[in-house]
Ligand binder design. Structure first.
Ligand SMILES: [Ca+2]
Ligand SMILES: [Ca+2]
Ligand SMILES: [Ca+2]
Ligand SMILES: [Ca+2]
Length: 323
């Protein structure tokens, strides 16, 4: 279990208005993409921007939509076309994109990256025809131990002109994250089965997990607490109605006055079935037990109140079954 806290938003742009601060600021509009940063093809191929990172940041998270448009290739005749990302001048991502490209994730030094398709390949933009289909992807990049600034370079390393293949970027958000020093997490497991002390080894036994979050410091920012749990492969999560409102999580506020946090509704939690890190979220689980879940991300809403005088303690419960 990891505790995260989203902190300072360094950049947030849907590119609908005037754009500044990139080495190339051009935007283009298409009814199916909205206005976006681009297009980039064999000239110019790249744009970059430097963000100032607040001191003490644990990591920087970069998210954006990547539009892979028209006939990107991966062969000697038409070019080994690649989308490439550099962080501080170091290449952290360089891969081809098939027309219908599946999700991928990986690690490069202190950088984790992941992307997943937002749609199948479709003829939504610019060139039309079966070889000119387009696909939108969502990228997330996490840069650990960042310096005082971070330079992001986005490069369409493609060899043909924009009437044949191109790239664009949209809905970019860059956040510096600082782990809160005043919050603590504890995880407890209770065997619900009456099969005895060895029930944790018996398939079908039910377990209850309790996550305790204790706060002792000053107020957190609104919606800034995120709980990330890597879920054991020998268990299947109970995904049915545990709280009486259709959610598989029960939230209990043990604080007086109340913590200021609330949870959980359908937008508060996400699941992943990724085998590799970082996890790609958005997986729709099976009901009422799911054997494929590998990660859970829970985001309580609200700000945890000042806990300097009256400590805060909340509990989050969920259940699982031994496979
Ligand atoms: Ca846009
Ligand atoms: Ca091409
Ligand atoms: Ca090409
Ligand atoms: Ca197209």
């Amino acid at each position: 279990m990891l505790l995260e806290a989203a902190d300072t938003v360094l950049y947030n742009d849907d590119f609908e208005g005037p754009v500044t601060g990139w080495s190339i600021n051009s935007t283009e509009y298409d009814p199916d993409t909205t206005r976006f940063l681009g297009r980039f093809d064999n000239s110019p191929t790249q744009t970059e921007r430097t963000f100032t990172v607040p001191p003490g940041s644990d990591r920087v998270e970069i998210e954006f939509d990547f539009y892979r448009m028209d006939s990107w290739d991966n062969n000697a005749r038409w070019g080994f076309d690649r989308f490439e990302i550099d962080i501080d001048g170091r290449d952290i991502f360089s891969l081809p994109f098939g027309h219908t490209q599946e999700a991928r994730s990986g690690v490069s030094g202190l950088v984790e990256w992941a992307h997943y398709p937002l749609s199948d390949a479709q003829e939504f933009a610019f060139g039309t025809g079966i070889y000119w289909r387009d696909q939108k992807h969502r990228f997330t990049i996490t840069v650990y131990s960042p310096g005082p600034s971070l330079t992001l370079t986005l490069r369409a390393n493609i060899n043909q002109g924009g009437n044949d293949e191109s790239a664009g970027y949209d809905n970019m958000r860059v956040t510096a994250v600082d782990v809160p020093p005043n919050l603590e997490l504890h995880k407890e497991v209770i065997v619900l089965s009456s099969l005895g002390p060895d029930a944790t080894a018996i398939p079908g036994s039910e377990l209850q997990y309790t996550i305790r979050l204790s706060g002792s410091g000053s107020e957190t920012k609104t919606d800034s607490i995120i709980l990330l749990d890597d879920f054991p492969p020998e268990l299947e999560l109970y995904t049915g109605d545990l709280d009486g409102y259709g959610n598989p999580f029960v939230f209990i506020d043990d604080s007086t006055p109340s913590s200021g946090l609330s949870c959980c509704h359908a937008d508060s939690y996400e699941f992943s079935n990724s085998d590799t890190k970082p996890p790609v979220f958005g997986y729709i689980p099976e009901q009422p037990y799911d054997p494929n879940i590998t990660y859970i991300r829970i985001s309580p809403t609200g700000a945890m109140r000042d806990a300097n005088i009256d400590p805060v303690e909340v509990r989050l419960e969920y259940r699982a079954r031994i496979k």
